[in-house]
Write a protein that binds this ligand. Structure first.
Ligand code: C2E
Ligand code: CA
Length: 351
């Protein structure tokens, strides 16, 4: 406490960039506002507390502690001028980034309420060129910007918790397609925050029942990060899913930090080879070795393996030669709308 009704919060940490740090600071500020805001009943009277928060980031140049406090103070006064319950950044550039982020969040929230999203399906094929299944990939149908790719909004949805509602909708839509498109499986990406919900498994069961989906036709893609975060909870949930017949794939395998000792404890069905490794498979010897190792490891562990981002015939030939047996990428097909996917499936059957 600096004095009176002024407090200082110091956040330390390593961030992957300025934008990340701005977002993190903004998230903390919003949590503080939520925690202290609201109505208080004191001796028969109702009181409302709001807060004005000023934020600065350092080190930017060679600021002293006093400089940093002064900047935060200046930002705080600006927040006050702008009205109650406001957050302001010291640096106009940071403010711009924060504004951009807040408006994105607002638009995302509105779009989720209006279900302005569409699921695309990217075919997964086996070595004979037969359709093995599909991965469900979400797109945001933004009212002004047109189609927005997941990289530009999933992180925001994840940080704000909006992913819970959106993810549930995605899962429901994907299940509906399994039936409607008669494809043997659909793989759905599950965000860490979604998977960590205490009632995640129950939610999945509910959606399967609601949509009349056979659990054997649903695959769930999880990233390695989930595994490290809370191994026991992860194993429990995975076992519960597996018991129902749902298959679990590890997405972007080899890009995280999970230990093999952990991985072998998990009831997995499939490893997905990230497109980063596939891209330079013919020119970068270390990528080729990584891919070969993943394929051989999968084989020894009795797991299925699928290569993502296959763009050329040469990449396909290389992967097949090494024993990979499932493929996904632009070489075969881009992600398709549900109708186009159904058409694609039909064309494969007739050729
Ligand atoms: P991911 O799970 O690794 O998905 C594969 C991404 O690679 C997709 O991008 C796909 O369009 C792209 N891709 C497919 N084939 C090729 C290829 O041959 N070459 C290249 N260069 N790229 C290819 P997309 O759809 O933009 O999705 C990006 C990421 O967003 C996904 O990465 C996934 O992590 C996340 N995501 C997508 N849909 C969902 C979703 O429904 N829920 C959640 N939680 N995350 C999602
Ligand atoms: Ca995926």
């Amino acid at each position: 406490r600096l004095g009176g009704d002024e407090f200082v919060v110091l956040i330390t940490g390593e961030y992957a960039g300025r934008e990340m740090a701005i977002r993190q600071a903004l998230n903390v500020a919003r949590k503080i506002q939520l925690a202290i805001g609201g109505n208080y009943h004191l001796q028969g009277y109702e009181h409302t507390i709001t807060s004005s928060i000023g934020i600065t980031l350092f080190p930017e140049r060679n600021e002293t502690a006093a400089d940093v406090l002064k900047q935060a103070d200046t930002a705080m006064y600006r927040a006050k001028e702008e009205g109650r319950n406001t957050i302001a950044f010291y640096n106009p550039e940071m403010q711009k980034e924060a504004d951009r982020r807040l408006s994105l969040e607002k638009e995302l929230r509105a779009s989720i309420a209006e279900k302005r999203f569409e699921i695309f399906f990217q075919p997964q094929l086996d070595s004979d060129g037969a359709l093995a299944g599909a991965e469900a990939l979400v797109r945001w149908l933004h009212p002004d910007k047109g189609m927005v790719l997941p990289a530009d909004f999933i992180p925001v949805a994840e940080e704000t918790g909006l992913i819970l509602e959106l993810g549930e909708w995605i899962l429901r839509e994907a299940c509906a397609c399994i039936k409607g498109c008669s494809v043997s499986h659909v793989a759905v990406n599950i965000s860490p925050r979604q998977f960590r919900q205490a009632d995640f498994v129950e939610k999945v069961i509910e959606i399967l029942q609601e949509t009349g989906t056979n659990p054997r036709e649903l695959m769930i893609e999880l990233t390695e990060g989930i595994v490290i975060a809370n191994i026991e909870d992860t194993i429990d949930k995975m076992n519960a899913l597996k018991k129902m017949g749902i298959r679990i794939a590890i997405d972007d395998f080899g890009t995280g930090y999970s230990s093999l000792a952990y991985l072998k404890q998990l009831p997995l069905y499939q490893l997905k080879i990230n497109d980063k490794f596939v891209r330079d498979i013919e020119t970068d010897p270390s990528d080729a070795v990584i891919v070969e190792t993943i394929i051989s490891m999968a084989r020894h562990l009795g797991l299925s393996v699928v290569a993502e981002g296959v763009e050329t015939a040469d990449q396909f030939a290389f992967l097949e030669d090494k024993g990979c047996h499932m493929f996904q990428g632009f070489y075969f097909s881009r992600p398709l709308t549900r109708d186009d996917f159904t058409e694609y499936r039909r064309s494969l059957l007739t050729t």
